[in-house]
Ligand binder design. Sequence first.
Ligand code: ZN
Length: 146
Amino acid sequence: MELDSLYQEVILDHYKRPLNKSLAANPDAQVHHVNTSCGDEVTLNLHLEGDRVSKVTWEGVGCSISQASTSVMTDLLIDKSAADALALVEEFQAMLQSKGKDSGNEDHLQDGVAFAGVSKFPARVKCALLGWMAFKDALQQALKNK
Ligand code: ZN
């Protein structure tokens, strides 16, 4: 898989030094998502304060794409409103499903654009989306429980 070298560095950096990787207690929702095609796993704890995403913490194992993408996601979505966070997840998902046509809006997705090139490799798209889909699931559950 050939990705832009700057983007490879962003991914490697997050893989080596993942952000928010340690589950915080008493979450509003906890989910466990698995990407069976690659063997990636993520457990994600979500804390809301009112309508604001106050904490997103996680544990996981798997390939560098899945783990780095989850790290990037937490950094981007913490402190966003539930609606803004959901819009960003959908924007990231659209980029990953664009088959290389959508290079991503860096103002919105920040380090998330590093994964734009992954959209050209269908087998890896699920790796990049794993943590983001886990977040979306957790957010829906947390909102329902309020
Ligand atoms: Zn993977």
